[in-house]
Ligand binder design. Structure first.
Ligand code: ADP
Length: 491
């Protein structure tokens, strides 16, 4: 199959969250299965042109209101095999992408011209295929930034070259829908009747994700439990009705993890590699972690780790909210150390700084740091993810692979990947709680810490059981192939 991933992020080129990991790992896994896969991305300011190859000639992209001119660059995706490499295409446009930030900047969190930027990019996807003479069987779009791709395919681009192409749209996070003033609709170059027929209309605003959900041949999200949650009014972010109307074409496929990058036996970011057969390197990682976070080197005190975007979705209100969050009491009442790496909402960053200065066993690093995130996964004893909702979540799978039992809320992909510890039978892979309350987080961390001090053999067995789970992409990539075949069947 010829598969084109149209995305706004892909590692190592551009990343704000799990979407970037998924696009790259899925592309590589599909190529390993023998399919011809390409990725198309905007060339953001942070992606240097120096290392890319430029295709000759300009790329004309007609938008509502005129033609935009851009250039196309290419590169081979790192990690590709020589036999079947994944080529990455970059759409270069100074006005739309020649600035710092993918979706926004500190002073403008959601760029005002985002509907125009991503309308341009989504049209450029088709023009790039025409320019290179490569026409995919499947165009796979991801989240609101490329949700216009299935809409364009259905309402605008369906000439003979794209007559056999089917579209798939993956929801990575229903909380972000790309809702803008409908004045921006003219940038799509579509007729106004499409605004209503394709489902753009959202209380007199323009909802890009909704239009994509109405138009794509097949839809999916990144875990079976999250797929079920999004069909309810509690988890559907006002789009549950639209999703229910497409229920026959909508399913959950669990993300895998890149086992070349997230593997304690090969990880270059930890001092001593380790595996389930020889766990001694984990102690060295813990010592390095304590040093990196300026904590006492105490091997027998459990370390709770977190790596996260600091947004409400991740449960940071219940954990760090001033005066009601549970982090303070957790650190005060329990003999543990707590480390967190993250960036996000200003109030939360400030709260983390304040906790770090008031508590001797709490340390936060504010920032985005790939290397330290590996050290936290390896060096912590438990990994905390009290998410309000979690479409899939990668960190809990990383922590399972690193022998660091996760402490998670029973939601979405967390529910699908972590099995609760049963202290009578000793089974499970982590610690799971239902209610998103400061008390529930406090109690469940307390339970893990209690088990660490009182049931050490069971905790060691928990670590090993987690390390044996298979979250490799090879399983999920085959599910995507089945989904693509169904989409082609619809065509
Ligand atoms: P989401 O996509 O909702 O942010 P996921 O768990 O699916 O959550 O993926 C988050 C990804 O981003 C993981 O690979 C995680 O390690 C990484 N990440 C998040 N914040 C940071 C940070 N501050 N430093 C390094 N990596 C981070």
């Amino acid at each position: 199959m010829k598969i084109l991933m149209a995305a706004s992020e892909a590692v190592p080129f551009a990343k704000t969250g799990g979407l970037a990991d998924m696009v790259t790992s899925l592309a590589l896994a599909l190529a390993r299965l023998g399919h011809e896969v390409r990725i198309i991305l905007p060339r953001y300011f942070g992606i240097s042109r120096d290392k890319l190859r430029q295709l000759p000639g300009p790329l004309g992209v007609s938008m509502g209101g005129g033609e935009a001119w851009s250039a196309v660059y290419t590169d081979t995706l790192p990690g590709s095999s020589k036999k079947n490499p994944v080529e990455v295409y970059f759409i270069d446009h100074e006005g739309f992408f020649g600035r710092d930030g993918i979706y926004g900047s500190p002073s403008e969190p959601d760029f005002l011209d985002n509907p125009r930027r991503f309308a341009f990019f989504s049209r450029a996807v088709f023009q790039c295929c025409r320019k290179t003479g490569w026409f995919p069987d499947i165009i796979h779009a991801h989240d609101w930034p490329t949700a216009l791709v299935p809409v364009f395919l259905k309402y605008r681009e369906r000439d003979e070259r794209f007559s056999g192409t089917a579209s798939v749209l993956t929801i990575h996070n229903l909380g972000y829908q790309g809702v803008y003033s409908k004045d921006n609709f003219s940038y799509t170059g579509l007729d106004w009747n499409v605004f209503y027929n394709a489902g753009f209309d959202d209380w007199n605003m323009m909802n890009l994700l909704k239009a994509g959900l109405v138009s794509a041949d097949k839809l999916n999200t990144v875990s079976p439990s999250y797929a079920r949650e999004t069909l309810t009014s509690a988890g559907g972010f006002r789009l549950d009705g639209v999703l229910r109307s497409r229920q026959g074409n909508y399913l959950g496929v669990l993300n895998g993890i890149d086992t070349h990058v997230w593997n304690p036996a090969k990880d270059p970011h930890i001092p001593v590699q380790y595996s389930a057969k020889d766990m001694s390197g984990k102690a060295a990682a813990k010592a390095a972690l304590q040093k990196a976070f300026n904590l006492p080197d105490t091997p027998d005190v459990p370390v709770i780790g977190m790596v996260t975007r600091l947004t409400e979705q991740k449960g940071v209100g219940e954990l760090f909210g001033p005066s009601y969050g549970s982090a303070w009491s957790i650190c005060r009442d329990m003999n543990l150390q707590f480390v967190i790496l993250g960036t996000g909402e200003a109030w939360c960053e400030n709260e983390l700084r304040s906790l770090s200065s008031h508590l001797s066993n709490f340390r936060a690093i504010i920032g985005y740091d790939e290397e330290r995130s590996h050290l936290i996964e390896a060096g912590s004893d438990f990994f905390l993810m009290p998410s309000r909702y979690e479409p899939c979540g990668l960190n809990q799978m990383y922590s399972l692979a690193y022998g660091t039992p996760p402490i998670v809320r029973n939601t979405g992909g967390l529910a699908d990947t972590v099995e609760n510890f049963d202290q009578d039978t000793g089974t499970g892979t982590g610690f799971v709680f239902d209610d998103l309350t400061p008390q529930a987080i406090h109690n469940t961390v307390g339970w893990a810490v209690w088990a660490y001090y009182n049931r050490r053999p069971q905790v060691e067995a928990l670590r090993l059981r987690g390390m044996k789970q298979n979250f490799s992409w090879d399983v999920s990539a085959k599910r995507y192939i089945a989904l693509y075949e169904d989409a082609l069947g619809i065509r």
